[in-house]
Design a protein around this ligand. Structure first.
Ligand code: SF4
Length: 265
């Protein structure tokens, strides 16, 4: 202990001590910047043979854990009816995303559409408006569809892997994707599109049951579900906004979509 600190403590009436067994070079000396405990909080000195008292830890506020509803692992029956399915989704609490959403985002488009587009999940704009792909990425998607003679108003149904917005626009987590699985499966079963386009890695991996990167999933025609619905994979429009140089590859994908739909009309 330095002389000044010893003098200060002695001036406060506090006896000072030094561990006998401690080497002189490692006697604890608080750094100059360290907060000095008020005199009243200092404990009485202990005999040298006892270890120094533990540091006084200020009480921490007790945080209440957020308990997420458990994902129902058992088979979950969903109605094979558009209105009943939409109603069920609107009150769904099967995963923790129900705690932070403004509203569910079910899907949009004609229920007779031959083309289905599947994205990842709602963002802030979609959460506010209750419709998928309405922000900047949505405008780009509309342009992409228009380029191949498609639109959400006439012949394209748009939905997402999860129907509630992941906070901060993070990727949906595995339990959230699984919680929402029956809804997307039923949307596909009811629609029975001639072709599905998966936008981005999350949608592609979910539909194809794969953990391959997007670069490996783009290109070939895949098949989905019991109806073996054809699936093409391409970039998510939000990614294209960040990486416009990839738009050329996206255009290659869209040409395949256009050719497939024409060939199956
Ligand atoms: S994301 Fe899907 S499973 Fe989770 S609460 Fe929303 S609708 Fe239900």
């Amino acid at each position: 202990m330095d002389g000044k600190r010893k003098q200060r403590l002695e001036a406060l009436g506090i006896e000072t001590w030094v561990r006998r067994d401690a080497p002189a070079a490692v006697v604890a000396v608080p750094a100059v910047a360290a907060p000095v405990a008020p005199a009243a909080a200092l404990v009485a000195p202990l005999p040298p043979s006892r270890p120094p008292p533990p540091a006084v830890v200020a009480p921490q506020p007790v945080l209440q854990p957020v308990v997420a509803p458990a994902v129902v692992a058992a088979p979950f029956e969903v109605p094979a009816d558009w209105d009943a399915l939409r109603s069920l989704v609107s009150g769904c609490q099967r995963c923790k995303l129900c705690q932070t959403r403004t509203q569910t985002v079910f899907g949009v488009g004609p229920i007779t559409a031959p083309l289905m587009v599947v994205g990842e999940g709602p963002g802030a704009d979609e959460d506010a408006q209750g419709e998928p792909f309405v922000g900047r990425a949505g405008k780009l998607l509309d342009e992409m569809l228009r380029a191949i003679g498609r639109s959400r108003a006439d012949n394209t149904y748009i939905a997402n892997v999860v129907k509630c917005r992941p906070p901060g626009n993070r990727d949906p987590e595995a339990d959230e994707v699984e919680g929402c699985r029956p809804y997307l499966d039923m949307q596909i079963q009811l629609l029975q599109p001639r072709l599905i386009v998966a936008l981005g890695r999350i949608a592609a991996q979910r539909l194809l049951g794969s953990d391959e990167p997007l670069s490996r999933l783009r290109g070939p025609l895949h098949r989905y579900g019991k109806f073996q619905t054809p699936v093409f994979v391409t970039y998510h429009p939000a990614y294209l906004l960040r990486s416009p140089k990839e738009k050329a590859k996206s255009w290659d994908d869209l040409k395949k979509v256009w050719q497939h739909l024409r060939a199956t009309e």
